[in-house]
Design a protein around this ligand. Sequence first.
Ligand code: PLP
Length: 229
Amino acid sequence: MELKEAVEKVRERIGQAASRAGRNAAGITLVAASKTVDIETILLAARCGIHHFGENRVQEFLIKQRQLPGAHWHFIGHLQTNKVKDIIGKACLIHSLDRWRLAEYIDDRAEKLQTEVPVLLQVNVSGEKSKHGIAPSEIMSFLTAVEDLKYLRVKGLMTMAPEVEDIGLTRPVFKYLYQIFETIKGKNFKNTEMRYLSMGMTQDFEVAIEEGANIIRVGRAIFGSRDRR
Ligand SMILES: *Cc1c(COP(=O)(O)O)cnc(C)c1O
């Protein structure tokens, strides 16, 4: 499939999922997960109306951002503390705050730059050992600790659903995170604002939209399978 058609198809599916859920598709941000995608293809995607890109490696992020500085660049991968200095101030949103030590590192670096750093808390809802993210039971104490930081700003939550054949197992994960998102909204944590709920990838973005996601991160449905690239 041509890239243009693939983007149109994804947009159409977003629209349909949104209308099934009685939501406005305009409120849902499509982040193209562009890891391993070459810059020519990314520039083409930008011409097809994609304005948000997500990368999961710092080096690759920086190279691509330099070539398309007008787009919004999200960092969506596991972030090593020694790479924090390279990414803050560059990423419009870091989706993957998955441990307390990283929060401290970001805050410390942000202080040197005197810049607020917007992040999402990555939550490991399913509890799989292979996945990064904090446990749901730790969220409230984490956000309480964030109140003492100076530059870190939690803007919402992110999760990766388990990779399962049966999409029926995914929906409860998204439903649960949405409930937590709404619960936190009702509390008044300093430095925290529940604005973004980042969930859903190629295999499950429609379910995620039905369950309240307002950012989806889609790679394969736009760029094709990673093995074929
Ligand atoms: C690659 C990636 C995606 C997109 O996955 P696809 O299956 O290609 O849609 C979403 N989120 C993260 C964190 C990723 O690394």
